[in-house]
Design a protein around this ligand. Structure first.
Ligand SMILES: Cc1cc2nc3c(=O)[nH]c(=O)nc-3n(C[C@H](O)[C@H](O)[C@H](O)COP(=O)(O)O)c2cc1C
Length: 266
């Protein structure tokens, strides 16, 4: 499946984590669309997603951690990686964010959940191979109208949606105001979601490439920063494609994650 660049670029601007849903079942047509999205969007071997129809209330843990429990969604999607792949975290982040952006474009609400779900419940609902691990799950459905008071408290009245400036995120020689496709791509990456909004990605900018680096290896709630970096990779590529530029990813050794080089740059 090709990335629908302008559709997902528009979704990047409006996506927000939602944790309260309206308790109504999703229309069968939407369920079928989500199922084929999960089957068809497989950009890398070793990373896949699977739709789990039905209320996921048992999948998510209760009021522990910073956010409280996710309630009222009509389905969930598991993001699964092959743990023998050295780049599994970034591949699952990249793949999962594609699924999240398409769900957003379909008018559905989502929330990456990397810490507060029950892997055993997920494995009782779907097939998970012996080398595989469920790295995250998202609820999916229609968000409850507005932001309920409870949900505002869970996001600390929006503080969890704030982002660092580009100046704080760009490292190395290309720091001085990037322009053209690179500016658009970095802006898209800057507003990507990350676990506990830690924004661990940094970007090195060269003439025809953007390198994504991880600012640390801190593992909050068991969630790798490389998973967040994979999400930022997806935002970089969607924005570049929407500027008319195709590119290739090359995976790199830690603390670098991957370099995106636009085609035809030699
Ligand atoms: C990999 C990952 C794991 C996350 N885990 C959780 C979680 O366990 N529970 C939760 O409520 N939110 C979780 N979030 C959502 C983040 O808190 C949220 O993306 C961040 O605060 C930014 O807010 P926004 O998504 O509304 O832009 C996670 C996000 C990511 C990317």
């Amino acid at each position: 499946m090709d990335i629908p660049a302008s559709r997902w670029h528009a979704a990047i601007a409006v996506r927000r984590s939602r944790r309260r849903f309206d308790f109504t079942p999703m229309e069968p047509g939407l369920v079928a669309e989500l199922r084929s999205l999960c089957e068809e969007f497989r950009p890398f071997p070793g990373a896949r997603s699977e739709l789990i129809p039905g209320s996921p209330d048992k999948v998510f843990k209760g009021a522990v951690g910073p956010y409280g429990k996710i309630k009222g969604a009509s389905a969930s999607i598991a993001f699964i990686g092959d743990m023998t792949d050295p780049n599994v975290q970034e591949k699952v982040g990249y793949l999962g964010e594609g699924v999240i952006l398409e769900a957003t474009a379909m008018g559905l609400a989502t929330c990456w959940v990397g810490g507060f779900f029950r892997p055993k419940v997920v494995s009782s609902l779907i097939e998970v191979g012996s080398d595989e691990k469920v790295l995250a799950v998202t609820p999916v459905g229609r968000a409850a109208d507005g932001l309920a008071r409870e949900e505002k408290i869970m996001t600390m009245f929006g503080r969890n949606h704030r982002r660092k400036s580009l100046a704080e995120l760009i490292t190395g020689a290309g720091r001085s105001a990037p322009d053209g496709w690179k500016k658009t791509a970095l802006e898209a990456a800057r507003i990507a979601p990350s676990a506990v909004n830690r924004q661990p990605w940094r970007f090195q900018v060269e003439a025809d490439s953007i390198t994504v680096l991880s600012a640390g290896s801190k593992i909050d709630f068991g969630i790798s920063t490389r998973l967040d970096c994979g999400i930022a990779m997806m935002h970089v590529e969607v924005a570049a494609l929407d500027c008319g530029l195709k590119g290739e990813w090359e995976f790199l050794e830690a603390p670098s994650v991957a370099r995106f080089t636009v085609a035809g740059s030699g």
